[in-house]
Design a binder for this molecule. Sequence first.
Ligand SMILES: [Zn+2]
Length: 390
Amino acid sequence: MQETEKLFYSDSHLKEFDAVVCSCTPDGERYRVVLDRTAFFPEGGGQYADTGYLDGIKVIDVREKENVVYHVTEGSLAEGTGVHGRINWEERFGKMQQHSGEHIVSGIVHEWFGYNNVGFHLGNDYCTLDFDGPITKEQLKEIERRANGAVFENVDIQVSYPSKAELAKLDYRSKIEIEGQVRIVMVPGYDVCACCAPHVKKTGEIGLIKLVNMMNYKGGERITMLCGYRALQDYDRKDESAKAISASLCAKEIDIAQAVEHLKGEQASLKGKLASLQQKMIGYLAQEIDISEDVVTVFDQELSGNAPRELMNKLLSRGAKICAVFAGTEAGGYRYVIGSHTEDVRLLCKKLNEAFAGRGGGKAGMVQGSLMGSEEAVKELCKTAGKEFL
Ligand SMILES: [Zn+2]
C-alpha cells in the first residue's frame, strides 16, 4: 500500500484539504478509507485521533499502520475519486493546545527535577501527565508560573528532522527508542522532545496553562492540566459556582471558603444545642406521659438517634409495664423500640411485624424495628395485645 502523505506535518493548522480515495474497505458496519494525502492526525503520542468529514461522510476514528493512514468512516467512498476532507478543527486545536502545553510542563519538570513524563493521556474530556517523582504543591505553582511565562513569551515552536549524527549530540526527551527518522519538537528555552503529533506554531496559541489537580500515582505524581479553551471553560464553571455561593452566603467571592467554614461551625454548634434540647424534651415528656395502660405507646416524629430508647427507659423507670415508642410518620413509616423490665416483649413485636409489614426483633427485655401503618391501628393492636398476654 502506498504511504499516505501527512499534511498535518507540513501544516498543523490545515483544516480542509483535497485528496484522492486510494481504497475503501468495509469493516463491520464501518469503512476503512485510505487517501493519497490527509490532514487527519491518527492516534499517537498520547493524543487521540482527529474526527471530521470526507465529503459528507463522518470520520469517527483515524489509525496508522506502516505509514498508511486509515480513516474509519460511517459511509463508503468510490475508489479513484476526489474527496474533500474537513477536520473537526475546534477539537483538534484544543488538543494541540493541551499537547504543546504538556511539552512545556514536562520540559520544565525534567529540567528542574530530572523526572520523566511516564504517562500522557490526552482525551476529549481530560488531560493528565504522570511523572516518576514527587512534586509538592508549592513546586506545582512554580511550574505553572514558568509554563505560563513560556506562553507570554510567545516563542516559535520548531519542528526538525535531525540526522543520526545530529541526534547523537542532541539532548532531548523521548519515551521510547524510535526506529527510523526521529521528529523533534522544540520549544526554545523550555523543551526538546521527540514527538509525532501536530503542535501549535507559537506558544501564545496555547493560552492559559492551568495545573488543576495533583495526586500520588505509582510513587510519582499524576497532574491534571487544562490549557486554552478548556482552562477558560473551567474558569467559567468555577466562576459561576463562586458567584452563586457568594450571593447565597452574602460574602465576597474571595472570602467564600472562610464563609463556608463559618457556616459549618454554626451548624455544629446548632447540632449540639439541638441534642441538649432533645434531652430536656425527653425529660419533660417522660414526666407527662400517662403510664397507666398495660402497653404505654408513644408516637413522636421529632425523636431521632437514641432519643426513642432513652424515652422508653425513662418511662420504664417510672413504672410502665411495657413501653413502645414509635418515631417517624405514618407516610414515611415508624421506627420502633419496645421494652419491659418484667415481660417478654418479643410476642408483641411479632404481632406488630405481622400486622404492619414490619421487621425487627431483639431480646425478651427489648426489641427494635420498623413498620408501616396508621397510628390508630398500631395503638389498637398494642392495647388488645396487652390485654391478651398480661
Ligand atoms: Zn508530544
